[in-house]
Design a protein around this ligand. Structure first.
Ligand code: GLY
Length: 348
């Protein structure tokens, strides 16, 4: 055998060993800790985790369970961050984003800027099941939904319209249009993203077969520029699961999360040994480190926004963390649904 061929064989065999080690560590997580039924969600998700676990107990796949869970919140006119009753874009039109991911088959589906359909998470599931695509946007997503029998309806409630109107009347300093500016400019428009309404619901669950799945659904940033897409429908950012490791998702300022692909990061961090809570905190730290623009920072240099993460590991261990204190998370540990305080990097 030539020297170069021998060298190649050695490299190939070490690469194979490395790959095997990494696969083994994932399998070890799966095998050493038996799965149990668990569902986690954002603070608005107590009804979602309750429904998800109820369905899982009857034998449902986790993906159907988490979607049925968040449908309750999508249908709720009083949650102004998700589905029907969500706050509209700057033109007064409700635009919804949602995505689902199914761990056992490692498939996903998502929709963005979808108008007039109140359950975007159901449409996202159809994109996964009934198309060869992963993400459909805008009019294409609407036409796809209608082809599958979804009825168009007005999603703008009286309450959301009145809130939009109040915002529009004070528009001059509170929109998303920015003049040209440098990274060091602090006074660019009046950004105040921390005080802008963001909401969203994420839900991840483990079913009785150990299958992991997740969903994230939102009306996005209130009064956004039409066509703005946040992190929620982006696989790897707003949600991600790996059936051998765990599942994660996010709420909060989508732009920050889009720039950091945090949900995939969290799952990979769990795969390398971090607990769900440690992995969520690591994602928060990464966002802080990567926030360079002066206009996005408070005078003390910390971000002027919040992002929250939720994660479950294959064995049922769970955790949640935010950059700033305050957000709670909903958990059903198989026995009961609870609303708990997540960890944080900084006190609000
Ligand atoms: N995290 C939801 C959004 O920014 O649209």
């Amino acid at each position: 055998m030539s020297d170069s061929r021998r060298e190649f064989m050695q490299i190939a065999s070490s690469a194979g060993a490395l790959a095997a080690t990494s696969m083994l560590s994932h399998q070890a997580i799966a095998q050493q800790r038996p799965s149990k039924i668990v569902a986690i969600s954002s603070g608005n998700g107590v009804p979602a985790v309750t429904k998800a676990v109820e369905l899982i107990r009857t034998g449902a796949d986790a993906i159907d369970a988490v979607i049925a869970g968040v449908n309750i919140v999508e249908d709720d006119p009083n949650d102004t961050s998700v589905g029907y009753g969500g706050l509209p874009n700057e033109d007064g039109v409700v635009e919804l984003d949602a995505a689902v991911m199914h761990g056992p088959t490692h498939r996903a589906g998502s929709v963005a800027s979808l108008r007039n359909i109140k359950n975007p998470s159901k449409v996202a599931k159809l994109v996964m099941d009934r198309s060869d695509h992963v993400l459909l946007v805008g009019n294409g997503a609407l036409r796809f939904a209608k082809a599958h029998g979804f009825a168009e309806e007005n999603l703008l409630t009286q309450r959301a319209r009145e809130e939009w109107l109040r915002w529009k009347e004070r528009l001059s300093t509170k929109d998303d249009w920015l003049p040209a500016h440098s990274p060091d400019d602090a006074d660019v428009g009046v950004f105040a993203p921390y005080h802008r309404h963001t909401g969203t619901i994420h839900c991840s669950a483990i079913d009785s077969k150990g299958g992991l799945s997740c969903v994230t659904t939102t009306s996005g940033l209130a009064f956004k520029i039409p066509g703005r897409v946040g992190d929620s429908p982006i696989i790897g950012a707003g949600l991600y699961c790996d059936n051998e490791i765990g599942s994660a998702g996010s709420t909060g300022r989508g732009e920050a999360n889009l720039l950091n692909c945090s949900s995939m990061f969290i799952v990979e961090q769990m795969g390398m040994g971090k607990t769900p809570e440690q992995a969520c905190l690591a994602a928060c730290e990464r966002i802080v480190k990567h926030t360079k623009m002066r206009r996005l920072k408070k005078p003390d240099g910390k971000p002027d926004f919040n992002v929250s993460f939720y994660a479950i590991r294959k064995d049922g261990e769970f955790g949640s963390a935010s950059i700033f204190s305050g957000p709670k998370f909903a958990i059903h540990d198989g026995n009961q649904a609870m609303l708990l305080d997540g960890k944080h990097l900084y006190k609000t």
